[in-house]
Design a protein around this ligand. Sequence first.
Ligand SMILES: [Zn+2]
Length: 179
Amino acid sequence: MFYEDLSEYDYRDEDAFTDRESGFYALWYRPAYTRLNIGWLEAGKPYSTGTVPTVVVEKLKAVQEVQWMNVCLGVHECDLCPAGEAPEGNGEVRIPGGPGFAYAAPFLITHYVTAHGYRPPQAFMDAVLAVDLGVRTVARRPFSLGSGGRGTHVGVEASEAHVRSQSRIEATVTGPWKT
Ligand SMILES: [Zn+2]
C-alpha cells in the first residue's frame, strides 16, 4: 500500500480505536480532523531517506505502546524486506498535527525508519516529539486530539462520533469463526 507523504488519507472513512487496557470494546468514529498520510512505503516507490533522531523513534514506539488504531484491518507486511524476513504490523498510529489535522501512519513506520532509512517529513517528527504521553487521552484516544498535546479539543465531538459498542468477548462467543 503506497501513499505519498502528506497526501490526504482516504483509505477508509472511519477510524477505530481499541481500548488497550480493557481490550473489551472498540470505538468507530468518523474523524472531524483531516488525516495526512505518513510512511506508507511500498517496494518500487521512491521515498525520502535520511537520519532520524533516536528520540523520535523512541517516542513513536512509546505512542504505539499505548494507542491501538485500526487494528481490525489486519496485518500489514513490510514488502521492502526479503520474503520470509519481513516483519508485520497490525494497525496504524495517529499523531496530532495541529488544529484540525492528524498524521496517519502505518504501524510499521518505526521499522521503515530503523531498517530502511526512511525519513519522514520534519513536520511529522516535530509533531511526534510534541506528543505529551503524560496526557493519556491525547496519546490513547486520537478522537480527543489536542493541539500540540495541550488538550484543546479539535477532533470529533460526541454528537459526531457514532459509537458502536462492541465487546470482544461477545464477538468471540457469537462470531461465525467460533462455531
Ligand atoms: Zn522491512
